[in-house]
Design a protein around this ligand. Structure first.
Ligand code: ZN
Length: 281
């Protein structure tokens, strides 16, 4: 039952991301606009706007003008729900729920709600950026600003809750977060300047600040991974002759996949890496 609730929460997030992506593109207000059909402009009733279910029930057509509804909407909803549920599981969210039920305290509840909001936020930013950059070749400033704000707040809260244990600067999340952001964003900025914007977009330079705040020093690992995935995809494209090497593939989606992977698996990656090295020598 808890899994179902978390899955539904993920569906709601996906539905919200669809709105954010669409209205960022059309420059409409995200909160103060009623949803309407892109073709006939008729308002969409709430029962026609339920994630997944309405799409199936309406058989992928607008109730009024019968214009087809893009498969993109239910796909994003489903993908977001799956990613969010998995992330929640990886961060021991379900264990926290059981702990809350059997040993309740207000402090635990606050911690749990905080984790829930933080995970929703980070999954939201990564998913939305992935889709937006892939579709429109740009990372919106609003996504980056929200991401930087959320992760900075998280560093601050982590430090405050851990204040008595911080004896050296490198034990502070704020310090390692800033360092990660400076290294990653600085690296992209240098690349941006020497390639005159050909090698990397300025959106990526800004996005790297969010990566640094989220992953701290593991950001370096995420940069390596992003280039590795980028190289692999380029090879596949070259072999299938679908795209020439020169055609622009946005870098943002690779950054999102790499960030997500390192965010969840940094320890496993480090252990695997050392095992690999020891295997060679
Ligand atoms: Zn319509």
């Amino acid at each position: 039952m808890f899994f179902l609730i978390i899955f539904l929460l993920g569906l709601a997030l996906g539905s919200f991301l669809n709105v954010v992506i669409y209205r960022t593109k059309t420059e409409e207000s995200i909160f103060f606009t009623r949803s309407k059909c892109a073709k006939c402009q008729k308002k969409i009733y709430w029962y026609d706007n339920l994630p997944l279910i309405s799409y199936i029930f309406l058989r992928a057509k607008c109730r009024h003008c019968r214009e087809p509804i893009s498969i993109q909407y239910p796909l994003i909803e489903l993908a977001t729900a799956l990613i969010f549920s998995f992330t929640f599981f990886k961060f021991d969210g379900f264990l926290l729920i059981f702990d809350l039920i059997f040993d309740f305290s207000i402090l635990k509840l606050a911690g749990f709600l905080y984790l829930l909001i933080f995970l929703l936020g980070v999954v939201g930013i990564l998913t939305a950026t992935f889709i937006y950059d892939l579709k429109y070749f740009i990372i919106p400033n609003s996504f980056v600003i929200f991401g930087v704000f959320l992760t900075f707040l998280n560093l601050l809260i982590t430090d405050l809750s851990n204040w008595s244990n911080i004896e050296q600067l490198n034990q502070s999340s704020l310090v390692t977060g800033l360092l990660g952001a400076i290294l990653a964003s600085g690296f992209f900025l240098i690349l941006f300047i020497i390639t005159k914007g050909e090698g990397i977009g300025f959106g990526d330079v800004k996005f790297a600040i969010f990566m640094g705040f989220l992953l701290q020093l593991s950001t370096i690992m995420a940069l390596f991974l992003a280039y590795l995935i980028g190289a692999l995809v380029s090879i596949i494209f070259l072999l299938s002759k679908k795209k020439s090497l020169k055609s622009a593939v946005p870098f943002g989606p690779y950054l999102c996949i790499a960030t997500y992977t390192v965010w969840l698996y940094s320890e496993e990656i480090i252990t695997g890496y050392w095992n690999l090295i020891q295997g060679f020598f």
